[in-house]
Design a protein. Structure first.
Length: 169
């Protein structure tokens, strides 16, 4: 009887180890990327809901303005031109890459670029922008970790990660 109990115990331990240890594999690869910035962006028109395309090296045209990525009141990412009243001096687009983390975004798509797209948790995005004198785009990758909600469960923004990116490297 004890022999049977020992066999069952050993099989139970083997099964437990088999199912528990794969859950401990490795770290999140996006946490290991260099230059990743995590921030909480609010929906709406206040200063807490935007960042300049390109992060610290934003696409900025002296005296003319800056391209920005915002989350608008409809909870969409939108590219805006903050041009101090001057229009048409820069361009920018965003594309939803689907359920991809930052480290899984490795190539530029040929279609799907738009000025506004839905903010979706666990989705990755590529944002590109160009100033009037630039011949090349500046790129950033954005990942939406999750929505930020109020105490009633309404969406008031999103927690995002982003990093500058050169698609040719």
């Amino acid at each position: 009887m004890k022999t049977i109990q020992k066999r069952w115990l050993s099989l139970f331990l083997l099964a437990a180890v088999t199912f528990l240890f794969p859950a401990c594999e490795g770290n999140n690869p996006d946490e290991d990327l260099v230059g990743v910035v995590t921030l909480k962006m609010k929906s709406g028109s206040n200063e807490g809901n935007r960042f300049d395309i390109g992060g610290a090296t934003s696409i900025h045209v002296p005296c003319n303005g800056t391209l920005r990525l915002i989350i608008n009141n409809a909870n969409n990412f939108k590219i805006i031109w903050d041009g101090n009243g001057i229009e048409g001096y820069a361009s920018g687009d965003i594309v939803d890459m689907g359920k991809k983390t930052l480290s899984k975004i490795n190539a530029l798509p040929s279609a799907g670029w738009t000025q506004e797209t839905a903010v979706l948790p666990k989705h990755g995005y590529i944002v590109r922008g160009k100033g009037p004198d630039d011949s090349d785009y500046t790129y950033i990758k954005v990942y939406v970790k999750d929505f930020i909600t109020n105490t009633y469960g309404g969406i008031i923004g999103a927690e995002v990660q982003y990093c500058e990116w050169n698609p040719e490297q």
